[in-house]
Ligand binder design. Structure first.
Ligand code: HEC
Length: 116
């Protein structure tokens, strides 16, 4: 991942001052529960456990350092396929809050939590 130049950092700080910034606490343990309960596991595997309809989401394969926006962008890219399949297989599209997404992303990147 690119690191920020001092100018970019300055712009980020100005943006934060202008609009504020909320970074939810990211709870990988709760993310693991959500991964099973919301149904990601029907299509995605973690360490070999889960479906193989979508790509596996092993923490060991995730880019480091974690970029939460990039993960969301990848979900967005897969959204057309994911949502139509969710309609078929789960009877509706999985609804996620920002907190749910934060926890799921934490789980997707947490090698230790994925071992449990
Ligand atoms: C009904 C099946 C299904 C369910 C349920 C599902 N996905 Fe997916 N997902 C897919 C498929 C299929 C793709 C690949 C789409 C494509 O390549 O266009 C995908 C793509 C993704 C990607 C992008 C992967 C990559 O390598 O770029 C992420 C991240 C992802 N899903 C996360 C999730 C999360 C988190 C959940 C649970 C909230 C979830 N998915 C639920 C089928 C599903």
């Amino acid at each position: 991942m690119e690191t920020m130049s001092p100018e970019q950092f300055q712009r980020v700080m100005e943006l934060i001052q202008d609009v504020g910034l909320v970074v939810p606490a990211m709870d990988a343990e709760n993310g693991r529960k959500l991964f099973a309960e919301t149904g990601c596991i029907v299509c995605h595997s973690v360490n070999g456990v889960g479906g193989d309809i979508g790509p596996s989401l092993n923490a060991a394969d995730m880019p480091s350092p974690m970029n939460t926006f990039e993960f969301a962008a990848r979900m967005w890219r897969g959204a057309a396929a994911m949502t139509s399949m969710q309609e078929d297989l789960l009877g509706g599209v999985i609804d996620l809050t920002g907190q749910d997404l934060a926890d799921l992303i934490a789980f997707a990147h947490d090698i230790d939590e994925q071992k449990n």
